[in-house]
Write a protein that binds this ligand. Structure first.
Ligand SMILES: Cc1ncc(COP(=O)(O)O)c(C=O)c1O
Length: 471
């Protein structure tokens, strides 16, 4: 029986090369057949095409690498909502940089696992180097009251980072009462539930950011538990940034801890132009960052930065096969306390490659570019009498809707675009109304793309309904 070649070792690259050619051809063909931001026809049509391409996934006799890669990669590409397409702009769903994806291939080939040093000798060093770099970016003079150097953990994204932040606060203080704005990401509420914490106290965010007066009132109330305030730097719906210095001041006055969810806005740190929007970030105890959003990384590329590294102690854990005391005493790094996961991908590699390849100025250029696109789109909407702009963008998210449309119509337009396969826009509720959301993360957009995105939307506004529901 033929033994499929392995990806690693000295023979791995030669075995991979022809397979990569097949994958790249299939990606190209799939994207060409799709011919737009997502496949037309809606969920049933897409499911049918995928099943028709590969009716069985476990044949009695295998079809071989070439057939399986061609068929399934092509079906995936043909049926993808591809954020590299100019009109795919619904979510914080980034188009990955080719160089980051190439780096991820090396991670897949070598498969280091960051639960023990003997599975990831260089990857462990690289990860530590990266996390120190990120912490230094936030706290160049040291973090927290101790002014020690901060630290950071690599996570699977904003959800895991937020969970860990709440866990670390709970381990330090016992149960904590979370106080957060109404715009806070749902993962905070889930994490509170998961960790058995009291239901978060939610303060209003009528203009899209935490209302400071309401926060002050909430913090002044006597409570049985210490308080953890969660602020957001880059909300999911609008990209708004909470008034971080004022929130940090309130936390100081009321002896509350501060966690900032900067999953979206965190990378603004790399841009001289936009970094001032994050003033106050360094006053947080913990910070969620996520480079698979405004960082152009393939999933997953999350980080949790921690001002005081001693706060990570509760994550310490022994498993004799991974970090026996005598191994640790003999100098083998103990990695198990760097995550709640055991087997862990070296996501640090692609991030490190990106930071090094682009440098601060290269990253700043990408960030400034997508922010400029958002400003340009907002301006076009402002000038278009049939459309209403929610507000001028803070980062790269733009909300808009047809003038005079009701919420049902807005929702319907979004689904029409999805079903037609012409645009992927998101939806967001703001000021009590439903809006179309364009989250611009593609640095290659042209002014023409912005114009045609609006034209396509306007066309869907006037097109007869393709759904059974009345408009
Ligand atoms: C502000 C914010 N925090 C956290 C998350 C969760 O991130 P992830 O989906 O990577 O878990 C998101 C996702 O969009 C987000 O917008």
């Amino acid at each position: 029986m033929h033994r499929p070649p392995l990806a690693g070792g000295t023979a791995g690259p030669a075995a991979l090369r022809p397979l990569l050619d097949i994958v790249l051809d299939a990606l190209h063909q799939g994207a060409k057949t799709r011919g737009g931001p997502l496949p037309p026809g809606g969920p049933e049509a897409v499911a049918q095409r995928v099943h028709a391409a590969a009716p069985t996934l476990l044949p009695a006799h295998g079809t071989g690498a070439e057939e399986a890669l061609t068929t399934l990669v092509r079906a995936l590409a043909e049926g993808s909502a591809d954020p590299a397409e100019p009109h795919c702009a619904a979510h914080l769903h980034t188009p990955p940089l080719a160089l980051a994806t190439a780096a991820d291939l090396a991670a897949g080939a070598l498969n280091p696992s960051l639960d023990s040093w003997d599975q990831a000798p260089a990857a462990a060093t690289l990860e530590a180097h990266l996390t120190q770099t990120i912490a230094h970016e936030i706290w160049p003079h040291g973090g927290g009251a101790l002014r020690t150097t901060g630290d950071a953990l690599v996570t699977t994204g904003g959800t895991e980072s937020n969970q860990l932040a709440l866990l670390l606060a709970r381990e330090h203080h016992g149960p904590v009462q979370i106080v957060c704005g109404a715009h806070t990401h749902h993962s905070i509420h889930r994490a509170a539930w998961l960790l058995g914490l009291p239901e978060p106290v939610v303060v209003p965010a009528p203009t899209g950011t935490t209302d400071l007066t309401a926060l002050a009132v909430a913090l002044a109330e006597p409570r049985p538990h210490p308080t953890l305030v969660v602020a957001t730097a880059g909300t999911t719906d609008t990209g708004a940034i909470d008034p971080l210095p004022a929130i940090a001041d309130l936390c100081t006055t009321h002896h509350a801890e501060l966690h900032i969810d900067a999953a979206y806005g965190g990378p603004l740190l790399f841009s001289d132009r936009h970094r001032p929007q994050l003033a106050g970030l360094e006053r947080a105890h913990t910070i969620t960052l996520d480079l698979h959003k405004l960082g152009w990384q393939p999933v997953a590329a999350g980080l949790l930065a921690v001002a005081d590294p001693t706060r990570l102690t509760p994550l310490g854990h022994r498993a004799d096969y991974l970090n026996a005391d005598d191994d640790t005493d003999a100098g083998l790094p103990d990695l198990l306390g760097r995550s709640l996961r055991t087997t862990r991908r070296p996501d640090a590699l692609k991030i490190a490659v990106t930071l090094r390849a682009l440098g601060r100025d290269g990253l700043a250029h990408l960030i400034d570019t997508v922010c400029d696109h958002a400003t340009a789109l907002a301006q076009l909407i402002d000038e278009q009498p049939q459309l209403e702009l929610y507000e001028h963008p803070t980062i790269s998210t733009v909300l808009f809707r047809p003038h005079g449309a009701d919420d049902h119509t807005v929702a319907h337009i979004r689904r029409t675009l999805l079903t037609d396969g012409t645009a992927v826009l998101g939806r967001a509720r703001a000021d009590g109304r439903l809006w179309l959301k364009a989250t611009l993360l593609n640095p290659h957009l042209t002014p023409h793309d912005l114009h045609t995105l609006l034209d396509t939307t306007l066309h869907a506004t006037t097109a007869p309904p393709t759904e059974g529901t009345p408009r």
